[in-house]
Design a protein around this ligand. Structure first.
Ligand SMILES: C[S@@+](CC[C@H](N)C(=O)[O-])C[C@H]1O[C@@H](n2cnc3c(N)ncnc32)[C@H](O)[C@@H]1O
Length: 269
């Protein structure tokens, strides 16, 4: 088995084991972010209602659903069949019949050049061993002048990327690397994508819920190890997660902040 296949197995294992919990989290909490990504991207297209659009690493269809309300025909592609099942159910529930779901790899998109005026990718590049390749593939399938829009978690400015990623990988072995803003924008330059808009985002997260979405409960060793790393960083915030204890209705709980970046780009003509 090649390292690439071994990593794909880790991704499928993680998102199959947590398909229901992840779908319920992402579909209920990220719809505003999906709408925001489209608000930033659509004005750069010749029409606000493109003929076709692609959601790469679509998971349970969080961004696919939003695309399907604008584009005539939408494709959602993901490595994990269990999440595509979740997407199918979510799309059916909303009566969105203009979407085709495909099982595949972002590093080898099964579409002809210039198939879509718009391709998006939400919260997934950090799971890929070669995110440059995924962006390059997205640039290929949108063709010259096409728009590529992504949002992903980033390591905030001034934080230690190694500690930030150590915490992420302790929680989830399918996590490859959260990039800094500079690193992420560097991928667009490499893929010959001209950056048109950049917008930072922040989301407070409850530690227990974050662990539950990855399949872990307080009794699990992974939960305990991840929590120790977060708690050890409470005073100094070297990780950039700003871990803190907050008093809520159920007592004190560990909270932190996730930082993200929206990037909209155009493939050079
Ligand atoms: C954190 S989830 C995000 C899913 C969805 N975009 C959302 O925001 O709800 C990461 C997704 O990336 C998918 N994924 C990871 N590596 C991939 C690859 N090389 N090709 C296609 N999908 C991939 C996983 O199966 C998973 O659905």
């Amino acid at each position: 088995m090649t390292p690439r296949q071994a990593h794909q197995d880790r991704v499928r294992e993680r998102f199959t084991r947590t398909a229901e919990a992840f779908a319920s989290f992402s579909l209920s909490t990220r719809s505003e972010e999906a709408a925001r990504l489209l608000e930033l991207a659509l004005p750069h297209l010749p029409t606000l209602q493109p003929t076709a659009a692609l959601d790469v690493a679509c998971g349970p269809g969080t961004f696919t659903r939003a695309l399907a309300q604008h584009a005539a025909r939408v494709f959602g592609l993901d490595l994990t069949p269990a999440l595509l099942e979740q997407a199918r159910a979510a799309l059916r529930q909303q009566g969105l019949g203009n979407v085709e779901l495909v099982c595949g790899d972002a590093a080898a998109l099964p579409f002809a050049p210039a198939s879509f005026p718009l391709a998006v990718c939400g919260y997934s590049l950090h799971h890929m061993p070669d995110p440059r390749r995924a962006l390059q593939q997205m640039a290929r399938v949108v063709g010259p002048g096409g728009v590529v829009a992504i949002v992903d978690i980033i390591v905030p400015s001034g934080a230690d990327p190694e500690l930030n990623n150590r915490i992420e990988r302790t929680r989830d072995t399918s996590h490859v690397r959260t990039l800094t803003t500079t690193e992420l924008l560097g991928l667009f330059a490499w893929a010959e994508l001209e950056v048109l808009a950049v917008e930072p985002g922040e989301r407070p997260r409850r530690f227990d819920e974050w662990m539950r979405v990855a399949g872990w409960q307080p009794d699990d060793a992974v939960y305990q190890k991840t929590r120790r790393l977060m708690e050890m960083d409470r005073e100094e915030n070297l990780s950039g997660f700003r871990p803190r204890m907050v008093v809520g209705t159920g007592g004190e709980e560990l909270m932190f902040t996730q930082t993200s970046l929206f990037v909209v780009s155009r493939r050079r003509p």
